[in-house]
Design a protein around this ligand. Structure first.
Ligand code: NAP
Length: 259
């Protein structure tokens, strides 16, 4: 199916690897000009070369930390008027809330709530003026099914979810949709890091933790970044114009609730 977004311009944050990169690749494959950001210069430049080679799209790399004002400024200078914005940054560390002080909380809020809101603030009104826009925030299945040791992530992402739920209704009449994608367990570096931490906490081998985790997923496997990217491209497509304010869970059936 043609997504009908050829020639659109997108900003994709956190896109040198993992889920953000998969979103950038899927959009580029649909003929979208993508501006991609990550903090590590070599990695983001290499990702841009690889995505451009694979898709033939125009891919602009920006080495930027999206949690900083300077980083967001650099990103917006490279793509001042995106039609599509995919918000993403690394997840905050896992741990025991007793060890998290105010600065730790502020860093988590900056990464997983406020940086996304700032980028939305900078881009949503021009989208409304052009009567077309797509905003996707990569959050987490933890928004629906929180666990204590990822409390920083739960708190920050729930805040973003609440904020964009209201905003999405305000901007829907302007042709702009805002949705959140909630990854369950996708096979990326982040997943491996979290599994290593759980293994350390439990005094188990990482491979054993990984296998136990895999078996706990109804689909009996981890998600692939390509599956995630394809869903993102659909949410950013012409066809998804009537989907807004939603939290799209991609978790292989793990969440047990009815809704
Ligand atoms: P990943 O494989 O570690 O990739 C993260 C990407 O974001 C990298 O390109 C990284 O590059 C970039 N990045 C991190 N912090 C950044 C910042 N401040 N500014 C700009 N770029 C930044 O992670 P992932 O698995 O794709 O996860 C993406 C998001 O989904 C994370 O928030 C994660 O917590 C969440 N999530 C993932 C899963 C999963 O199963 N994978 C499940 C639930 C939630 P640099 O380090 O060079 O900046």
């Amino acid at each position: 199916m043609d997504m009908n977004i050829r020639g659109r311009k997108a900003i994709v944050c956190g896109a040198s690897k993992g889920l953000g990169r998969a979103c950038a690749e899927a959009l580029a494959a649909e003929g979208v000009d993508v501006t991609i950001a990550a903090r590590t210069p070599d990695a983001i430049e290499q990702a841009a070369k690889d995505i451009a080679k694979a898709t033939g799209a125009k891919v602009t790399p920006v080495a930027a930390d999206v949690t900083t004002e300077a980083g967001r400024k650099a990103l917006l200078a490279a793509c001042p008027s995106p039609d599509i914005l995919v918000n993403n940054a690394g997840g905050p560390p896992a741990g025991d809330f007793r060890t998290w002080d105010r600065d730790t909380w502020i860093a988590a809020l900056d990464a997983n709530m406020l940086s996304a809101i700032e980028l939305i603030r900078a881009t949503v009104d021009p989208m409304i003026e052009r009567k077309w826009g797509r905003i996707v925030n990569i959050t987490s299945h933890m928004v629906k099914q929180p666990v204590g040791f990822l409390g920083l992530s739960n708190g920050a992402r729930a805040g973003l979810t609440g904020f964009v739920s209201g905003l999405s209704r305000d901007v829907a009449g302007g042709g702009v949709t805002i949705n959140n994608m909630l990854p369950g367990a996708f096979d990326t570096d982040r997943l491996k890091t979290n599994q290593d931490k759980v293994a350390k906490m439990r005094g188990q081998e990482s491979a054993a933790v990984r296998e136990g985790f895999r078996q706990s997923i109804p689909a009996q496997r981890f998600g692939t970044p390509d599956e995630f990217g394809a869903t993102c491209a659909f949410l950013c497509s012409q066809h998804a114009g009537y989907i807004t304010g939603q939290n799209i869970l991609l978790d292989g059936g793990t969440y047990p609730g009815l809704m």
